[in-house]
Write a protein that binds this ligand. Structure first.
Ligand code: CS2
Ligand code: MG
Length: 408
């Protein structure tokens, strides 16, 4: 069996999804997702200019060897761009493997360990009333776990990824931001003072059973995060995400010494080597990598196995930048992984997205039910993708009130 060609498509409803299609001489094709949020053209170019020419003529069944060929063959290896490109190829090869075997990918990994995989949704409010309304809406849809982000009074732009007042329903799509990044202002003191009062109100309104997650988005210093974790232990969070900048993992050590709040980290990591130190030291509880920019199923499976040896569960990244293809790849791992924890979920469910990526995967009552279709179980409508053109977007940049640059 041979690979005869591969094509990269960039486009989607409100997102520049980067979709890879690999064709074979037996009429079977595979799909992969290389969407690197707000840098989408880069993995697309890496695929087109460097990887696809090498793929032609390879046997698609040898997914492990192909992965090693690209990884070991790239002298300047790792990093999100390369790993997203390798990840897309790897997903497409597992898709092909499943189609050859006529089995869903989770069967190739070891079968199902559970039926539904627990999801968490994003509830975000310009202020606490907005946030409570947003949580209400997800609870009514059956979600058992919700990430909560709230505007901080007197903080321009309110903190991290905060919508305009009353716009909390519009969270599926991240808006393109134009020619230059938007500026956000951050104030740690105001955040640390206000956020515990938000958790208090959520517990008052929704009781003890709702699983509450919160993303600090790399904004605190280690000592601040340690004190914050200790202070909010009484609200029994499901996790506290990215408390400190990801660059220095040893910062987690101080947090661990002072609080038992569960820590989730890893959405910006893209290799086993990025994760090794913190997993082996048991400085975290949930590993947040994504199949997209952590090298696909082949590589993420290794991270999951290492995590399992150290009591670390999975909590894969699932921001709206992941197309339904990588969400499906993660859903197959989630169905299998003995150390599955939770899955972030924001993609499926819009008419336009379903038209571009038809599938039988089901999200119901806050759980993801993986499809039994062979391979990854997602199709791609090439006519539909022509409706969309690439639009440049940026993540915001953050400054402190005195103008000092800070972490987004
Ligand atoms: C966030 C992301 O989903 C999350 O937990 O941290 O939304 C993140 O800001 C984006 O994925 C960046 O592209
Ligand atoms: Mg995050």
């Amino acid at each position: 069996m041979k690979i005869t060609g591969a094509e990269v498509f960039v486009g989607g409803p409100g997102k520049n999804y980067v979709t890879l299609k690999i064709m074979t001489d037996q009429g079977i094709h595979g799909l992969g997702d290389a969407t690197l949020n707000n840098r989408e053209t880069l993995p697309a170019a890496y695929l087109k200019d460097y990887l696809i020419p090498c793929l032609i003529g390879m046997d698609p069944r040898n997914s492990e060897d192909i992965w090693q060929y690209f990884y070991l063959g790239a002298y300047f290896r790792r990093g999100p761009i390369a790993m997203a490109a390798f990840g897309a190829i790897d997903m497409a090869l597992w898709d092909i493997k499943g189609k050859i075997a006529n089995l869903p990918v989770y069967q190739l990994l070891g079968g199902k360990s559970r039926d539904g995989a627990l999801l968490y949704a994003h509830a975000t409010g310009a202020d606490v009333d907005d946030l409570l309304e947003s949580i209400d809406q997800y609870v009514a849809q059956g979600y058992k776990a919700v990430r909560v982000q709230c505007g901080i009074p007197d903080m321009p732009e309110g903190g991290y990824a905060i919508p305009e007042k009353g716009q909390h329903n519009d969270q599926f799509i991240t808006k393109f931001t134009g020619d230059v990044p938007k500026l956000e202002i951050w104030d740690t003191e105001k955040y640390l003072k206000y956020m515990p009062t938000v958790f208090e109100k959520i517990r008052e309104r929704f009781g003890d059973d709702l699983k509450i997650l919160h993303d600090v988005h790399h904004r605190l210093l280690p000592r601040e995060a340690a004190a914050f974790g200790k202070e909010i232990e009484k609200y029994n969070l499901f996790w506290l995400e990215d408390p400190t900048p990801a660059d220095d993992q040893s910062a987690l050590k101080l947090i661990r010494q002072h609080t038992t709040v569960p820590i989730a980290i890893g959405e910006v990591f893209n290799s086993l080597w990025d994760c090794k130190q913190m997993i082996e030291n048991e400085w975290l509880d949930y590993i947040r990598v994504a199949v997209t920019y952590a090298g696909g199923i082949t590589h993420v499976r290794r991270i999951v196995d290492l995590a399992a040896m150290h009591h670390v569960k999975t909590g894969f990244h699932g921001a709206p930048s992941h197309s339904p293809i990588s969400m499906a790849a993660q859903a197959h791992i989630n169905a299998w992984a003995p150390n599955f924890g939770i899955q972030e979920y924001l993609v499926l469910g819009t008419k336009e997205c379903d038209a571009l990526f038809p599938s039988d995967h089901v999200c119901k009552d806050g759980n993801f039910y993986v499809s039994d279709a062979p391979g990854l179980g997602v199709d791609f409508d090439e006519k539909e993708v022509k409706k969309y053109t690439y639009e440049r977007g940026f993540h915001p940049v953050v400054r402190l009130e005195d103008g000092t640059m800070w972490n987004y």
